[in-house]
Design a binder for this molecule. Sequence first.
Ligand code: SF4
Ligand code: F3S
Length: 106
Amino acid sequence: TFVVTDNCIKCKYTDCVEVCPVDAFHEGPNFLVIDPDECIDCTLCEPECPANAIYPDGDVPAGQEAFVELNVELAKAWPVITVRKDSLPDAKDWDGKPGKLAMLER
Ligand code: SF4
Ligand code: F3S
């Protein structure tokens, strides 16, 4: 499965949701996750993310392993999103900032 990682937080560009053939993305206040029970590993979303936040679960950046379980957990709690919307207002400022997990809103 593919997973959404740290750099999506406080950016949430949502370009990823438009290309997913199985509607696997779920939306929270400042982050999206992928439901591993839906993802078919088509790879289409990975290059769509302007923040390069999407990775295969076996290849997440070092130190971000917790995001694999976080996608599982939050996909159960958050609603599906299938239509692109505006990014969060300060997305450009937050893009690339490390350690955004501390700012995750649930
Ligand atoms: Fe959807 Fe494909 Fe991305 Fe999985 S890899 S979340 S199926 S677009
Ligand atoms: Fe997040 Fe990238 Fe999608 S920033 S909302 S994973 S396009």
